[in-house]
Design a protein around this ligand. Structure first.
Ligand SMILES: Nc1ncnc2c1ncn2[C@@H]1O[C@H](C[S@+](CC[C@H]([NH3+])C(=O)[O-])CC(=O)[O-])[C@@H](O)[C@H]1O
Ligand SMILES: O=C(O)C(=O)Cc1ccccc1
Length: 243
């Protein structure tokens, strides 16, 4: 997997303006997300385990905002021989090109369809699993409800949605505490104060987190009657919803 070290925010004034999933980010993304998101590797592995439990023969799987294809790869490893189709979708061309390369490094009998597209335009049908692994937080807040409702409609009974997100908290003391624990995680992974603060400004208007209650309400609104957290570390969480 493409895994250059992330030094994008290391120099003063670097990468000013809004964070974008361009070729510079795509080239270091594997390193960036592992050093920035606590639990990322465990979440990817568990998405594979969840796929093993819910992907039915001949069904469709959607990996929305697939980036380098890490979740698609973990899923594909667990569902060989089921004649399932995986749709790996991202609107960043440099990400999708690398995802395709990463997946082609291994043989598989599962068909993966790579789509350079906006996930808001996607139609969902015969779905046993939909993955939104740290992607919903980048959509304009007003577009989030509609996407979840469309996903719910396209899922088969027993089908699952995995929704991983950076969370925001109502209690400001909790927000400060979990933020500071996250910052220490980044420092421990070798990011400098400058890298941390420049990245923070770059994602400020781009990654807009919701509270856990907002997510739960949105899932209920979309039609899900069963949804819960299965992972949380500091301000990062992953939920699963079952139709
Ligand atoms: N409207 C959109 N349509 C399509 N793609 C989008 C859109 N908005 C953002 N993206 C894409 O969503 C991805 C978000 S990263 C997901 C990690 C991955 N899931 C992983 O499991 O490694 C998370 C992060 O960077 O924190 C990027 O590749 C964007 O191009
Ligand atoms: O780096 C951070 O502070 C984050 O919140 C996570 C992240 C990871 C990768 C791209 C954008 C945000």
């Amino acid at each position: 997997m493409t895994n250059q070290q992330d030094t994008l925010f290391a120099e003063p004034g670097e990468h000013q303006g809004n964070f974008q999933f361009d070729s510079r980010v795509a080239g270091v993304f594997g390193d960036m997300i592992r050093r920035s998101v606590p639990g990322y590797t465990q979440i990817i592995n568990t998405i594979g385990e969840i796929a093993d439990r819910c992907v039915t023969p001949g069904s469709n799987v959607y990996d929305l905002g697939c980036s380098l294809g890490a979740a698609t790869l973990a899923i594909r490893r667990k569902i060989e021989g089921r004649n399932a189709h995986i749709f790996a979708i991202d609107n960043s061309e440099p990400m999708l090109v690398r995802a395709e390369e990463n997946l082609s490094a291994y043989v598989s009998d599962t068909k993966v369809h790579f789509k350079l597209a906006d996930i808001r335009e996607q139609t969902f049908e015969n779905a046993s699993l939909v993955v939104l692994n740290f992607t919903l937080q980048f959509l304009p807040p007003n577009d989030r409800d509609t996407l979840l409702a469309r996903i719910y409609k396209g899922l088969n009974p027993g089908g699952m949605l995995v929704l991983s997100e950076k969370l925001k908290f109502e209690g400001s003391d909790i927000q400060v505490l979990l933020d500071s624990l996250h910052l220490d995680f980044k420092r421990a992974n070798g990011y400098s104060e400058l890298e941390i603060s420049q990245k923070r400004s770059a994602i400020e208007n781009v990654l807009i987190p919701d509270t856990l209650d907002q997510h739960k309400n949105r899932l209920t609104q979309a039609g899900f009657t069963q949804a819960d957290l299965w992972f949380q570390c500091f301000n990062f969480a992953s939920m699963v919803a079952i139709k």
